[in-house]
Design a protein around this ligand. Structure first.
Ligand code: GDP
Length: 269
């Protein structure tokens, strides 16, 4: 287990765990909390602005506060609520909502599990067997917000599934942000483009999360990050102009993503 994860799992409370995280050597800390800055180090200084690094740049203290929002306690229940195959079966939850979409195998369940690692009771359901109905899964995070795990799309996704995602994105009134996952190893694929077009068409605010960053060499990751950033800058309107690289294995970028979610749902004020 990576040293950082060991630290986090050994500690009982987030603030205690986070205090230990803050004592990590500078480079390890940067890699864990700000993976984009780590990528930036391999760019020539005159190209660094290409990555729009300082748009969302919370302090480690803000990140620690957001971790508290994601920590299950008696007063902050974090639970699976229900699943739905149609938007009219979705639970009527008044809180702000964020959803996660992405191709099958992009690392969505792993990412949601990592985000909920401070609420170990939460079971992230996965229905991957062919023929099994794919569902939207709703999780409530205390009184703060709802997280929705959308079914993975892919080459063989049935049409009713596309309808499900499309209708949800179009009609869900309390949806504050859509997190669109792209595998950092292979970059934006054809099916990712369909999802991007959907978000653009409905004028949704969305964010590209780059998954599995531990799998590539630094050079490959830098190349993918620059390519996708260029795409975001030149071809999109609704996409947040900062990428969120993450690894569900090393936990790099997970705390920052929690902080961004807390921020866009109004829980960091
Ligand atoms: P989903 O279909 O999008 O829910 O994808 P999963 O979360 O099930 O992940 C698909 C595969 O990628 C699994 O074998 C995971 O173990 C692997 N995976 C997911 N996230 C990461 C990551 O951050 N790093 C690495 N190395 N592997 C990952």
């Amino acid at each position: 287990m990576p040293a950082v994860l060991e630290l986090l799992s050994r500690s009982n409370s987030t603030s205690q765990a986070f205090a230990e995280v803050l004592r990590l050597p500078k480079q390890q800390l940067r890699k864990l909390l700000y993976p984009l800055q780590e990528v930036e180090r391999f760019l020539a200084p005159d190209r660094r602005q290409d990555l729009h690094l300082r748009i969302f740049d919370p302090s480690p203290e803000d990140i620690a506060r957001a971790d508290n929002v994601f920590t299950a306690t008696e007063g902050n229940r974090i639970d699976y609520v229900s699943s739905a195959v149609r938007i009219d079966h979705a639970p009527d939850l008044p809180r702000p909502e964020v959803c996660f979409i992405g191709r099958s195998n992009v690392g969505k369940s792993s990412l949601i599990k990592a985000l909920f690692s401070l609420a170990p009771e939460v079971e992230v359901r996965v229905s991957k067997k062919p023929g099994h109905t794919k569902k939207m899964n709703f999780f409530k995070v205390g009184k703060h917000f709802t997280v929705v795990d959308m079914p993975g799309y892919g080459y063989r996704a049935p049409e009713d599934f596309v309808d499900m995602v499309e209708t949800y994105l179009k009609e869900r009134r309390n949806l504050k942000r859509t997190f669109l996952l792209v595998d950092s190893v292979v970059g934006i694929q054809k099916t990712d483009n369909i999802a991007i077009e959907m978000c653009e068409e409905f004028a949704l605010p969305y964010v590209i999360v780059l998954t599995k960053i531990d799998k590539s060499s630094k050079g490959h990751l830098l190349k993918q990050v620059l390519q996708i950033q260029k795409f975001v800058n030149t071809k999109t309107q609704g996409c947040f102009p900062q990428l969120f690289p993450v690894s569900s294995v090393t936990f790099s970028g997970i705390h920052l993503l929690r902080c961004f979610i807390a921020s866009v749902t109004g829980n960091l004020d």
